[in-house]
Structures are given as structure tokens and as C-alpha cells.
Design a protein around this ligand. Structure first.
Ligand code: PEP
Length: 253
């Protein structure tokens, strides 16, 4: 039985005043029955982790460098994130892949660095609209999955987030059938590569315009173990009903 995970990615949003949203989430979900993670900008990680010190809500980073330290101006290592209280880090988000030309090899190196620092790596994969329209979705997902996930992946150190690029921040959401096809495919590939025990235990998140109004429908899809949420994770008002929907989710297909 995989424990569900509701993860929020604040991207480049949030100043000190927005820590109030994290306090509100902690208060609203004192006894959460799913795992909770917020990835605020790096500037807020230390303060957010202190707020959540006695709560199940965990704090994560949005990216890390592949090296533990060194001459990389402006970069942050996984070790540094762990040092200020992060428990996880997103790697390979499509905005990193497109804005910073990150390849799946880069993503795998970052995920390995996260593992070395004791962080859970949330490895993002997803196809562009042109790739979907060319019927290449599963080829793209298969290649990204193989190249982005390190060989030491386990349920403890790795989560996979399927985020179709065309659904991120656009208000477009993949249909349950589209999500189901890709998540079943990812599950099969994980079982094929890591064996049934690890392959069945690694959690698969869906990401792409998840909102309070569509969350229940998405969480009903088999092999969807939660969500990686961007815009709707910025406020407790929007993220809280998504968490509640995940807590009440019953897979039907
Ligand atoms: C994301 O940032 O990973 C994401 C899915 O964003 P949004 O929910 O805003 O589409």
C-alpha cells in the first residue's frame, strides 16, 4: 500500500509574509492521513522547516546542483538544502529542463546528489504537446524515466512526478484516461527495471493544473499516488481542499 503524497511547488513565488500559508496548512491538517510537502523558494526553506518542526508537513527544495559543494555561483547543493531542514527536492521540473536546458542525464546526477544528501528526489518527467500530438508520449516518457532515475532508486528516496508540459500552469489538465495510460506505463517500466517490490512501491504523482475542482477525479485514477501542485499550492485556501480530496480518494480505474 503506497502512502499518498500531496506536494506543492511554489516556484519563484513567496516572501516571508507567505509563511503564514504554511502555518495555516499545519493548523488545518494537524492529523493528515497523507504525506504533505511544500517546496517554497530556497530563501524560505529554513524558516518554513522551523514552522513545521513538530508537524508532519515536510519542506523541500525546487532544484539542487549535482555537486555537494564547489565553484558554482548562485547554485544550491542538496546537502545545503538538507542542512536547513529540507527533506526532499524536486529535480527535472519541465521549467528547469526548458529554462536551463537540463537534460535527463543532468536530472539523474541531481537525483543522485539528493540521495547522497539524504533527500527524497521528486523526479519530474513529461511530454510536450507536439510530442503528444505526434503520438510519441510513451517514447518520451520511457526515455526520460530511464535516463532521469538513478539505479539506486527506492520508495524511500524517489518519487516520480508525471507532468505533461502542456498542462503545467495552463489550466489544461490531462484526462483521466491520458493520466491512466502514462501512469500504468511508468509503473510497468519501474517494475521491469527495479523488480516488483521497489517498482510497485515508488510513488507516482500527477502534476498539471491540479485544482480543488478537478482533484478528486484525478485521484480516482489507479496508480496516481498524489499530486505535484503549482499554482494551487500557493494558498492554504486552495491547497487544503486538494489535500482533503487526496485523503478521501478511492481509486476506481
Ligand atoms: C508544477 O509546477 O509542477 C505544476 C504542476 O504547476 P500547476 O499546478 O500550476 O500547473
Amino acid at each position: 500500500m503506497r502512502r499518498k503524497l500531496a506536494a506543492g511547488n511554489w516556484k519563484m513565488n513567496g516572501c516571508k509574509a507567505d509563511l503564514a500559508q504554511i502555518k495555516a496548512l499545519c493548523a488545518a491538517h494537524e492529523t493528515a492521513t497523507v504525506d504533505l510537502l511544500i517546496c517554497p523558494p530556497t530563501t524560505l526553506i529554513g524558516a518554513a522547516a522551523e514552522i513545521c518542526a513538530d508537524h508532519a508537513l515536510q519542506i523541500g527544495g525546487q532544484d539542487c546542483h549535482a555537486q555537494a559543494s564547489g565553484a558554482h555561483t548562485g547554485d544550491i547543493s542538496a546537502q545545503m538544502l538538507a542542512d536547513v531542514g529540507a527533506r526532499a527536492v524536486i529535480v527535472g521540473h519541465s521549467e528547469r529542463r526548458s529554462d536551463h536546458a537540463e537534460t535527463s542525464d543532468d536530472v539523474r546526477a541531481k537525483a543522485s546528489a539528493a540521495h547522497d544528501a539524504g533527500l527524497q528526489a521528486i523526479v519530474c518527467i513529461g511530454e510536450h504537446l507536439a510530442e503528444r500530438e505526434a503520438d510519441r508520449t510513451l517514447n518520451v516518457i520511457g526515455a526520460q524515466l530511464a535516463d532521469s532515475v538513478p539505479g539506486d532508486a527506492s520508495a524511500e528516496n524517489t518519487v516520480i512526478a508525471y507532468e505533461p508540459c502542456w498542462a503545467i500552469g495552463t489550466g489544461l489538465t490531462a484526462t483521466p484516461d491520458q493520466i491512466s495510460e502514462v501512469h500504468d506505463f511508468i509503473r510497468d517500466r519501474l517494475v521491469g527495471r527495479f523488480g516488483p517490490e521497489i517498482g510497485q512501491a515508488i510513488r507516482l504523482l500527477y502534476g498539471g493544473s491540479v485544482k480543488p475542482g478537478n482533484a478528486s477525479q484525478i485521484f480516482a485514477v489507479q496508480n496516481v499516488d498524489g499530486a505535484l501542485v503549482g499554482g494551487a499550492s500557493l494558498t492554504s485556501r486552495d491547497f487544503s481542499p486538494i489535500i482533503s480530496a487526496l485523503e478521501g480518494a478511492v481509486e476506481v480505474s
